[in-house]
Design a protein around this ligand. Structure first.
Ligand code: AMP
Ligand code: MG
Length: 270
């Protein structure tokens, strides 16, 4: 079953062609098939992640990107939250501090790429350096435009060294963002999420969508593909992300290690 949209390497992505309200084969939120599939995917994901951790041979890097209110934190809570915290790390990237700015843009992300056995989720990432940096003109074009190839090289190196890389763009509509921002303004329990810059960023919606289209088109590769996840419906978004992760881990097929002792001969004393 296909829920998310793979950005075919070498193709030109048009976000307008992907409906953020897509709900795949499902009728509505009450569909019992949804709860069933969700439970099945989450259980499978937990098992596979445990195996990856037990195996201690390979890592997984999951990059999460979205427009503001796109649901990165929701995915982290619902899909990543239930996983075994020993083998999972979440790293968020905000506007770089002075130490980070004094280095190249990959320096701060490279420190957080996964160890063997680990799954690391990036909440924003090095992609900000070809997105917000481009849209706000924080660097000139001749600097950010070279970064697509640099990022592909970086991710190719990670892959060759034993880290699987998968990238997910949570695709919400402009109307859905308006509604979510309005909730943040009105609902006392959500006000804390509202940030001063959110409205200025929203005013640049089209510029950001264009920057995303370029970034995803230029950096979706066989070894480190991008998926676009329709994300206006939170339940669909979570299912689609869980499915991407399960498919990736199934493909990796991590195995529990063989015991290094002859456990059959050991007896647990009374
Ligand atoms: P949030 O994820 O809502 O907490 O916001 C983090 C903010 O940091 C966003 O507005 C990002 O655009 C910004 N940010 C992240 N990485 C960079 C970067 N490399 N350069 C400039 N701003 C960034
Ligand atoms: Mg924010």
């Amino acid at each position: 079953m296909k829920l998310a949209h793979l950005v075919e390497p070498g193709s030109k992505l048009k976000l307008r062609d992907i409906d953020p309200r897509d709900k795949g084969p499902f009728d509505d939120k009450q569909d019992s098939k949804i709860a069933e599939l969700s439970a099945k995917l989450n259980a499978r994901l937990c098992t596979l992640q445990e195996r990856l951790f037990a195996e201690q041979k390979r890592g997984v890097l999951v990059v999460l990107q979205a427009m503001d209110t796109g649901g990165k934190d929701g995915v982290l809570r619902h899909v990543v939250g239930p996983l075994d915290s020993r083998g999972v790390m979440v790293q968020s990237f905000k506007a770089p501090n002075s130490e980070e700015l004094a280095h190249d843009y990959l320096w701060r992300v490279h420190q957080h790429t996964p160890k063997k056995g680990q799954m690391v989720f990036f909440n924003r990432s090095h992609y900000e350096d070809v997105l917000v940096v481009r849209v706000l003109g924080l660097q000139p074009k001749d600097v950010w435009s070279k970064r697509f190839d640099q990022i592909n090289d970086f991710e190719r190196m990670l892959t060759a060294e034993g880290t699987r890389v998968v990238k997910v763009f949570l695709h919400i509509s402009r109307a859905e963002q308006k509604q979510r921002l309005e909730e943040r303004l009105k609902d006392p329990d959500k006000r804390w999420k509202f940030e001063a810059g959110d409205l200025e960023m929203r005013a640049l919606w089209d510029e950001f969508q264009g920057a995303y289209e370029d970034a995803l088109s230029r950096t979706s590769t066989r070894e480190a593909p991008w998926y676009v996840v329709p994300a206006d419906r939170k339940w669909f978004r979570d299912l689609a992300v869980a499915k991407i992760l399960v498919d990736l881990l199934e493909d990796m097929d991590p195995r529990y290690p063989e015991p290094h002792l002859d456990l059959g001969k050991l007896v647990v004393p009374d």
